[in-house]
Design a protein. Sequence first.
Length: 239
Amino acid sequence: MTKLSVNINKFATLRNSRGGNNPDLVKAAIDAQRFGADGVTVHPRPDERHIRYEDVREIKKIITTEFNIEGNCTEQKFVDLVLETKPEQVTLVPDTLGQLTSDHGWDTIKNKDYLKDMINVFRKAGIRVSIFVDPNISMIEGAAATGTDRIELYTEGYAKEFGAGSREESVRPYVQAAVKAREMGLGINAGHDLDLQNLRYLKQNLPWLNEVSIGHALICDALYLGFENAIQLYKRQLL
């Protein structure tokens, strides 16, 4: 079964735009669980423009499903937060300071030694590690050399090709990447720009998919459909 982890960053973006605590991030995490999400994802950034570090600590107190914290491990504050809260999974993303959203995977060859050291830090603390990668065979092979448990395939390219009508072409490099990851003993996650239009096709064609992390599109759909209904609709695409 492919699990759905709901990224609740957009709740924090809305809250921070007005100040105060509406919407309540802890309640959003509780409701995501209650409405059927298999996990909750947060991605704190150094400027705390959406998820704040304190949000992560508060969510950790109440979470009963899988907790996934995404972020850039070059920030010591992020590393310290992950080691303090001990989520089930940490997803390492090569964001730059002030970056609007994640837009590329790690160069796992150039950064192999660094990633190997950081992954060892988290794994020693009992935290499963996933690293954000592009669907490139060399990058998958490089990821395996770092000692990571899983990769998260960056799916913006898939979403764009799929949206342009090139379905078979859109998924081909991801299938090839999944085959190589499986061969190298890596678990497979996926995320970025997945929505109700393209998710089912990805699920049907991408083998051994452990988990998808979806935030922006799901929260946009929730504005019209309701949060519970949106979560259930996304879960149906993964059956």
